[in-house]
Design a protein around this ligand. Sequence first.
Ligand SMILES: [Zn+2]
Length: 140
Amino acid sequence: MSAIEHPLPFASWESRGFWEGAGRGELVLQRCQTCGLVQHRPRGVCAHCLDGSTLVHFAASGLGKIYSFTVTEQNQAKGFAEACPYVMAYVDLDEGPRMLTVVVDCDPDNVAIGAQVTVDYVSQTRDDAEMFAIPVFRLS
Ligand SMILES: [Zn+2]
């Protein structure tokens, strides 16, 4: 088992704050100052009240609990095949949003629904030398 070679992300105008935060070691979420919703994935408008004028980015705690998970035993896609078995999970972040991610460096038998996890980052360099990092989680 080796680390997943994540496809390099494309930072759109909506997601640039998230990816730049990950590059700094911060899990950046959006908060709507009109209705208070905290959201992930990044969007141009609030997913609840549709106001896009009061969204602010902030660094979240990076803490959460596993909502659900699966152990991937087979994946022939480039970058993933060598990483099997790996754990894909939905993590409920302490700030509210649910995030699809991977739980790394763990025995899959030790992963459980409700387990506490902490964010970490896998640094990646693109061909244009711009640094990105992929948020992943570890059992706390
Ligand atoms: Zn809102």
